[in-house]
Design a protein. Sequence first.
Lengths: 269, 448
Amino acid sequence: MIEAILTLGISGLAFGVLLGVAARKFRVEQDPRISKIIEVLPGANCGGCGFPGCSGLAAAIVGGQAPVNACTVGGNAVAEKVAEIMGVQALAVAAKVAVVYCQGSLDVAEKKAEYVGIEDCRALDQLGGVKGCPYGCLGLGSCVKACKFGAMYMSPQGIPVVIREKCTGCGACVKACPRKIIELVPADKQVHILCRSYDKGPQVRKYCKLGCIACQACVRACPLKAISTDRGTLARIDYSLCDNCEICVSKCPVKTIVSYKVREEKAVS
Amino acid sequence: MLRTRALSGGVHLDDRKISSGKPVEFAGIPPEIVLFMSQHTGAPAKPVVKAGDHVLAGQVVGEAQSFVSASVHASTSGTVKAVEDRYHPILAKPSTAVVIEPDGKGEIWEGIAPGSDDISTLSPEDIVKIARNAGLVGLGGAAFPTAVKLSPPKDKPIDVYLLNGAECEPYLTCDARLMVEEADEIVFGFRAMMKAVGAPRGIVCIEDNKPEAIMAMERAISGKSGIELCILKTRYPQGGEKQLIQVVLGREVPPPPGLPFDVGVVVSNVGTAYSLAKAIRTGMPLVDRVVTVTGAVGSPSNFRVLLGTPVSFLIEKAGGYTGEPGKVIMGGPMMGISLPRTDVPVLKGTTGIVVMTKDEVNLDKPLPCIRCGRCVDSCPLRLLPVWIAAYSDRGMYEEAEKYRALDCCECGVCAYRCPSRRPLVQSIRLAKQAIMEERRARAQKVSG
Ligand code: SF4
Ligand code: SF4
Ligand code: SF4
Ligand code: SF4
């Protein structure tokens, strides 16, 4: 066995050397625009664009597989520069930030089980999680680990928090979350219904103090008719209609609806 | 008597079959029946009833939608309370289910008509059709639709059919009890299976820790031409399809997508043969199965359980918890899945419910790998669990795939043998999931 491991270590090294040599030898001429674009991209290599790193995106833009504004991290400034290199008109990038649609921290959500195993939300998801809610956050922070910009942290009660000012909207956390409870939302939208449970009201009440019970109070309260219930069991805001008036926030009996405007103003004062 | 080969890898486990002397008894009609549309390998069935409908035992509530799928039938009479998402114990997420409030009468649907007591009157196609209409799936755990298994591709002749009565998981005794009590029915079903695939030879495989079952089956097959008995030395995971083929016949099933068909073999569980026999004789589809409820419960038992019966109801029936429950496992302790809740129903593939006390569950954190190589020595598929897991833990799924992560049958032997208690199987499962997701994404990109 020891032998086997040594061999593996050695062959790993050997491959590394070979690759280095090969890379030098087989280097091919590439479109000069690619390296120019790589220079203007942020270099975060976050993969948020869906391509393998910034160089991957650069090649894709030149190859026509990606638009010039594909890098959300770089925003408008980068999009403009890339457009210039490509000789096209830049399209505006809508700034988006990540929103975690669950407030089921351990002080508000019922804990049903104990978990021993790998610290990865996907692994826990294969087992159903430890909380009563089968839709909510699993609490192992895979999203936080995926964020390359330090824009997320776990609250002491085990719910991820997005630092909105730092979030670049790269979407890495969205991809990392097996429960699909993180979404990218236009940054100017500040009112959110933080729940993704499709269980019926009485059931939700049993396991979470802050879960949506689909009472429809917000649906009725919204003057712009921006809220409707999805499958009849979960209220959702149509962000294209919402103007952050916050009327629904105070109407929700279980405090599922949160306004970051309030939070941010509080933080300022 | 057949000469068997040694299982490569594997372990000898303390078998703890504490319920082996308990005759199968009916668990009763629970207050609620939850029938998932997805309780088999393949496409989910489509609900064909709605809230308010009155249904009778044996009536179809979910229709198979494709070739690899299975219909779902009401397991007792009552009113459909809802067709809604419920927490699925194996998928570990909400999934569509038909929820029935039983009326306690257990009335049988008028469409159920007694069939034949004579296999010679049935054609292979008849038998496949019966299995399909009965919603029959493999009852050993994997829940693969039986009708598909009974229809091997024309270019792959089957020369041997193995009847799997190994039951190598500790604690479980449902198959052993069924063999003791229903040997003749099992053999009847087995003969039908052999006829369906045209196998001239059938072998009943049982581990040597079940002497009563061996005796019963030996008696039942005597005088039946083409069927022999093979007694295996008890070793885990010998009951795995590939392992059984290797041990009994010395044939090696190629890695996935290779199937037993490729080496001229079909394997079915004894419970499946029994349910097929019932479907042939009485026309009754798969609506119940034998489930072992064991471990830290008042009276470890073997129950005949209506599909859809809640686990909590069965634990209650078995005398409730003794001591503080730590883990409730659906399936056997090695390959089963620990449940985060007990309000989940028995599925077609549920072999047992094993309760472990808090003291029995080791909650210690895993230690670093000491490179002892025990996982490598014990893997029955000759994989390198330590490497697959290490790559998985680092998110290097392509490498994990190269190390044949997808071949892993999740038998759990590697993790069991690991002195550092590393969650090897969990890491490998995660890699498998990631690899499959990646493949699907790639396929989508290609087609889209
Ligand atoms: S919080 Fe999410 S979207 Fe925002 S920077 Fe981090 S990973 Fe990207
Ligand atoms: S990845 Fe999803 S489930 Fe895991 S901590 Fe983040 S939000 Fe919660
Ligand atoms: S008011 Fe609150 S609980 Fe009621 S539907 Fe709206 S978000 Fe859900
Ligand atoms: S790697 Fe898979 S097949 Fe091999 S011992 Fe571990 S669980 Fe079993």
